[in-house]
Design a protein. Structure first.
Length: 250
């Protein structure tokens, strides 16, 4: 049985229901990054362009984490966190998401250049790295292994879902590109980037996060961090003997 059956339909229904919330998050982050990048380019020339590009890259990673956190929030049928609260909740994961995404991107690019198939394989087994980091709190290296664990045995289902999603996104980008082609190049490119990103990023985040939840429903729970397990052990009374205020058996 395919655990991802109907996941695109579920993502589309959630997209329509929470469009205002999700699109606003994406638009605010994209617009803020675009404005900062433009100001840097105007103020510092070539160096400003480079710095602006870095700002946009960081914003893209922040958007990934924020949208996953937003999807996690609305799965109970209501929006519990404001946009600001959602961004703040996602910010602690920014560094981990960025580093994991960069490492995955390098490995996938090498795989695609070499024989293509290894790259497609890595895209599939690492499909839910960002939800694993944001929802489970996994570290950079642990997220790769956890994503692989979740996808194992369902690789073809995950791959087929990703292919369908990227075909949909490609069509949307082509349509938007045609719409903005009549505008001056710089303006058309900027508007197309902001609008396409605003429309596409939430749907992609919905699909990836829902895929994570579908796969994790029947998968073993992630291992607890060593410190957490140790803390639980310390708090457990030995042989039912009550503890005094110092934490020692009384």
């Amino acid at each position: 049985m395919n655990p991802l059956s109907g996941v695109l339909g579920e993502a589309w229904r959630m997209y329509k229901r929470y469009a205002r919330h999700l699109l606003t998050i994406a638009f605010v982050i994209y617009l803020a990054a675009a404005v900062i990048a433009a100001l840097l380019a105007l103020a510092s020339g070539t160096i400003g362009v480079v710095l602006g590009s870095l700002v946009e890259i960081v914003a893209a990673f922040l958007l990934q984490a924020t949208l996953v956190k937003a999807v996690q929030d609305v799965r109970d049928g209501r929006v519990d966190m404001s946009i600001g609260e959602t961004v703040r909740a996602a910010t602690p994961y920014l560094g981990t998401v960025a580093l994991a995404s960069i490492l995955a991107g390098i490995a996938i690019t090498i795989g695609l250049i070499l024989i293509i198939v290894p790259g497609l394989y890595l895209i599939t087994i690492w499909a839910v790295i960002v939800p694993v980091i944001v929802i489970e709190g996994s570290g950079v290296l642990a997220s790769f292994g956890r994503s692989h664990q979740l996808v194992r045995g369902r690789g073809w289902h995950v791959f087929a879902t990703l292919v369908l999603v990227y075909v949909i996104l490609l069509v949307v980008n082509l349509v938007l590109g045609l719409i903005f082609s009549a505008l001056p190049h710089v303006l058309g490119r900027g508007l197309s980037s902001i609008i396409s990103g605003t429309l596409i990023a939430p749907f992609l985040a919905l699909v990836v996060t829902l895929v994570y939840y579908r796969l994790s429903a029947d998968a073993p729970a992630p291992p607890s961090p060593p410190g957490e397990a140790y803390g639980e052990y310390q708090q457990t009374p030995l042989l039912g003997i009550p503890e005094n205020a110092s934490g020692l058996p009384g």
